[in-house]
Design a protein around this ligand. Structure first.
Ligand code: ADP
Ligand code: ASP
Ligand code: MG
Length: 445
């Protein structure tokens, strides 16, 4: 059998810095300290923290015809950016003028009639601002660098998906112009759609950009720098006493990201995993900490971490026609396919099937169509909790531990056995925090 040979680009690493890590002039200077010992590095930046949220608000104002209010917020934001630029770039007036131009790029999106890409056009400026500032700072340090435009590099296909090969080709031609640059600065999150309009990879998408770029250049390593000491064993926003996990398998990290561990965008593991590029998560506020290394190498067994995802809707289809019949599930799945709605979790009995979705935009039509096949019940405001680890099916005692931890929690659905790395339950959202805490106390203490 022929084995695909990968040519790893051992001289290039991809470093992604999130919103907090680029949050002010000092933090930007800190990034320079982190990367300057690297031989060649692609630096993927998010918008400064708070910027994307503020731009989303501005686009809401613009889209609801509150144009004056949109301009006011924009002016306030521009003022803050000019202040940051003065601190970072020692009153470089040309840079301040350029920043103003970036802000004026937003104006047509506010004045024009609303378009499907209006919000994307407005929020994209966040990443343009942070990358421009950082690149300008590198110039003040006489550090050889180049500023790339992610909208020219990532173009989504007609299904709204990025293509690593295409990104690789575009990057290759771009990079050939900048052989001397030790740092290639590029925006995370933003891209263009199949028609060439401005678009993005969804909130938190800079992680995904970094993984796509890493896979596209076959980088030696992808580093994701954020504001916490790596992936924690539970959600630190809800549970006290979480601790960092030092090693994770790609599959475990993918499950955690998918189940809502905000530190990683749900799609970001796959491109790195396919190219077997290790992903290291590090803390810019505490760079000495080793962080979390995600790789294909196996380490440890048992429970590793817990994560939760809200806004889940459960649908139950109950039908005696299911009894000993074949083809029933296909018909049910076809309804979801028709409305392009992904199913997340599924459990079956002889006469009923329960499944969950998080995109409810076609719920009414879905329920209508499903009524052909049985009685339908819909439950909103559910939370999916994923318990992730290397859960070896031959090992005894794991289920007992889980059920002991969950003894006080009402559970709507349980899923286990689909992958070796995950046990998931569906609960009421109001029980989320005590569920996470109970799992913490029983599985990890
Ligand atoms: P960035 O802006 O750098 O992308 P994010 O806010 O997107 O950072 O992600 C980091 C945050 O994710 C942490 O500050 C933490 O509150 C949250 N988080 C949720 N679950 C986890 C987890 N399991 N491990 C680490 N952080 C988590
Ligand atoms: N700036 C974008 C957001 O806030 C992308 C990112 O930070 O990853 O969602
Ligand atoms: Mg993030």
């Amino acid at each position: 059998m022929l084995r695909k040979v990968r040519t790893r680009n051992y001289t290039m690493k991809v470093f992604k810095f999130g919103g907090t890590s680029v949050g002010n002039a000092e933090r930007m200077k800190n990034i320079y300290k982190i990367i300057r010992s690297e031989e060649k590095v692609m630096v993927v930046l998010s918008a400064m923290s708070g910027t994307t949220n503020a731009l989303v608000e501005i686009s809401k104002l613009a889209l609801s015809e509150k144009k004056e209010a949109a301009y006011e917020s924009l002016q306030a934001m521009q003022k803050q950016y000019i202040e940051t630029a003065r601190q970072l770039l020692e009153n470089d007036e040309t840079a301040c003028e350029h920043l103003k131009n970036l802000f004026s790029d937003i104006e047509p999106f506010i004045t024009q009639a609303p378009q499907p890409y209006t919000e994307a056009g407005i929020v994209a400026v966040g990443e343009k601002l942070s990358t421009y500032l950082f690149h300008s700072y590198l110039k003040t340090q006489n550090y050889p660098s180049a500023l790339l435009d992610a909208t020219q590099i990532i173009q989504l296909d007609s299904q709204g998906e990025p293509d690593v090969k295409d990104i690789g080709l575009r990057l290759k031609s771009e990079l050939s112009q900048y052989n001397e640059a030790k740092v290639l600065v590029i925006q995370g999150f933003i891209c263009s759609d199949a028609e060439g309009n401005i678009s993005n990879l969804g909130r938190g998408g800079s992680d995904y950009s970094a993984s796509l770029f890493g896979a596209a250049v076959q980088a030696e390593e992808i580093q994701i720098w954020t504001d916490i000491d790596g992936v924690q064993n539970n959600d630190p926003r809800h549970v006290t006493n979480t601790r960092p996990i030092r090693r994770l398998l790609f599959d475990e990290a993918a499950e955690l990201a998918y189940f809502g561990a905000k530190i990683l965008h749900p799609a970001c593991v796959l491109p790195a995993q396919r190219s077997e590029i290790p992903v290291l998560l590090k803390n810019t506020l505490h760079p000495e900490d080793p962080g979390t290394l995600i790789s294909k190498n196996h380490e440890g067994s048992g429970f590793k971490a817990v994560a939760a995802r809200d806004n889940i809707t459960a649908i139950r289809i109950k039908s005696s026609r299911m009894l000993l019949a074949y083809g029933f599930l296909r018909k049910v799945f076809e309804v979801f396919e028709k409305y392009k709605t992904p199913i997340d979790m599924i459990t079956t009995s002889e006469v009923a099937v329960s499944l969950t979705i998080d995109d409810t935009s076609h719920l009414e039509e879905i329920v209508n169509d499903l009524q052909l096949y049985g009685n339908i019940t819909v439950d909103h405001n559910k939370t999916m909790v994923g318990i992730v680890g290397n859960l070896n099916a031959d090992e005894t005692g794991l289920a007992q531990k889980l059920f002991t931890a969950l003894q006080e929690i009402p559970i709507r659905m349980i899923s286990y056995g689909a992958s070796q790395y995950n046990f998931s339950i569906l609960i009421n959202t109001e029980d989320k925090i005590r569920t996470l805490q109970a799992l913490n106390n029983n599985l990890f203490e």
